[in-house]
Write a protein that binds this ligand. Structure first.
Ligand code: SAH
Length: 490
């Protein structure tokens, strides 16, 4: 594998929605391309991989209006490639399945441009799979047909051979808007497909917000309408469509499916919590109301200390920005405030000597009771509680504070604010995240508030709100576990 090459056009499938279904090759090309021309239906996580200086062109719509004409899209692709840029043409699902990728590839090759095709996971297979429906199954369906429900408007309507489809010995998978569902079902019944044949419609397949409607050819249009199923949707017609309720794998693997969670940590950190939550099926609303600002302090001579305490994962990262050589830490006992911070240290090659299970200053004080300390250095945020320093001083130790960073409020735009306050849950992994979020949003009213531990809970109460849940283990994993337990009860 290699990065995108200048003057080359890559026809890339972004997969159907779920980030985990993006191919490794697609991820590599997205991260290296100069230009990305993309459709409307592209999952946001795919575009988030683009280089900061890459040019992103939405060829789905012109200024929120009409679709960019195909000729113009092809002209843009060719123009950028001939100008020597690496071009990713990104499409939802697979680029060749009802994606016009074939036409674009041929145009490029005719113009002498190098082309690489990166197939994607197509929604016609993935959306049913996420609904527990295998498109083929031994003794149920031995064939599958992929059909577009969007007729090319330039062609007469008879392009689809309804009687052939009606007698097709296997599963029919329709890629289409739901508006034509009634019409299609009627045509198939008239042409001889049994009216009681099972049908499933899967909306936003593989996204956290996936929904399904199940019925028969006769009933599905009314059921889908009643459930307000909207595009994008895949329709599966055939006996396999009834297998979904025998295989509710997604509900078990995704305990947070259908639940929206606002994540209020700083952007860099939010990603790991957000990734974990979306892997569990949650729809994550990122509201980074807080940002880490490194202070780049000058580090005192470390040889004079016998204990170094690091009180947050950010602290661990910033510490290694501030020192020149990990060996400077060699002589000291190293204490991390909890497992998350210990992990961050480990990522820099340092295994902490002392790691309390609960990430809270009081627990660290307790863990240090039997450790002889003369001079301690506490590496931490500028604005932190003094519990640890006070306790060590009380024991007669000399304590110096190394303020490595400060957390600052990040204003939220109206849209993120509304999305976050409209979420089912909002997570707070520190007292400052609660404070900053409240500053940015003006309120904590709306979502169920999930607190990482007592200090954060106290802050939430001080702001006039009551946390719905407090994690038993004061780590992001503990917070996720508490959220899952609460969601299961509701
Ligand atoms: N190239 C795409 C399909 C493009 S045609 C692919 O391989 O998946 C667009 C149609 O695809 C939509 O109208 C809808 O029917 C279907 N579609 C795309 N993404 C979908 C999703 N996540 N869930 C359900 N249907 C989807």
């Amino acid at each position: 594998m290699s990065a995108a090459k200048p003057g080359t056009v890559y026809l890339v499938g972004a997969g159907p929605g779920d980030e985990g279904l993006l191919t490794l090759r697609a991820a590599e090309l997205l991260a290296s391309a100069d230009v990305i021309l993309h459709d409307q239906l592209i999952p946001v996580h795919a575009l988030a991989r683009a280089r900061a200086d890459a040019e992103l062109i939405d060829v789905g719509k012109i200024g929120g209006g009409k679709q960019v004409p195909q000729e113009l899209t092809e002209e843009l692709i060719v123009e950028h490639a001939l100008a020597g840029r690496s071009v990713v043409r990104l499409k939802g699902g697979d680029p060749f399945v009802f994606g016009r990728g074939g036409e674009e590839a041929i145009t490029c090759i005719e113009r002498g441009i190098n082309v690489e095709v990166v197939p994607g996971v197509t929604s016609g297979i993935a959306a049913p799979a996420y609904a527990g429906i295998p498109v083929t199954q031994r003794s149920v369906a031995a064939a599958v047909a992929f059909v577009t429900g969007h007729e090319n408007p330039n062609k007469p309507e008879s392009q689809i051979d309804w009687s052939a489809l009606a007698s097709f010995p296997g599963t029919l998978v329709f890629y289409m808007g739901v508006k034509r569902l009634g019409q299609i079902a009627e045509k198939l019944i008239t042409a001889g497909r049994p009216a009681d044949q099972p049908v499933a419609v899967i909306e936003r397949g593989t996204f956290a917000s996936q929904r399904e409607a199940v019925g028969t050819l006769e009933t599905i249009a009314a059921i889908a309408e009643q459930q307000e199923i909207k595009a994008p949707a895949i329709t599966v017609i055939g006996d396999v469509a009834a297998l979904g309720n025998q295989m509710p794998w997604r509900q078990a693997a995704r305990p947070l499916a259908g639940i929206s969670v606002a994540v209020t940590r700083a952007r860099a950190q939010a990603s790991s919590l957000a990734t974990e939550l979306s892997a569990l099926g949650a729809e994550v609303v990122e509201a980074p109301a807080i940002r880490i600002e490194p202070l780049s302090p000058s580090v005192p001579d470390l040889e004079q200390f016998d204990l170094l305490c690091i009180t947050s994962p950010n602290g661990a990262d910033q510490l290694f920005e501030a020192i020149n050589d990990a060996r400077d830490l060699a002589g000291m006992t190293i204490a991390a405030i909890g497992p998350g911070t210990a992990r961050a240290l480990l990522a820099h090659g340092i295994k902490a000597d002392i790691v309390p299970e609960r990430s809270i200053a009081e627990a660290l004080v307790e863990a240090l009771v039997d450790v002889p300390v003369e001079r301690a250095l506490i590496a931490r945020a500028e604005e932190a509680r003094d519990v640890l320093a006070d306790a060590l001083r009380e024991r007669g130790a000399e304590v110096e504070i190394l303020a490595l960073y400060r957390t600052v409020a990040e204003p939220l735009d109206g849209e993120s604010k509304a999305a976050a306050l409209g979420a089912d849950y909002a997570t707070f992994t520190s007292a400052s995240s609660a404070r900053f979020f409240n500053d940015a949003a003006g309120t904590l009213e709306g979502p169920r508030l999930v607190s990482i531990g007592p200090v954060t809970s106290a802050q939430i109460r001080e702001l006039g709100y009551e946390p719905a849940i407090e994690a038993e283990e004061h780590t992001p994993d503990g917070l996720v576990a508490a959220l899952i337990a609460d969601a299961a009860k509701r």
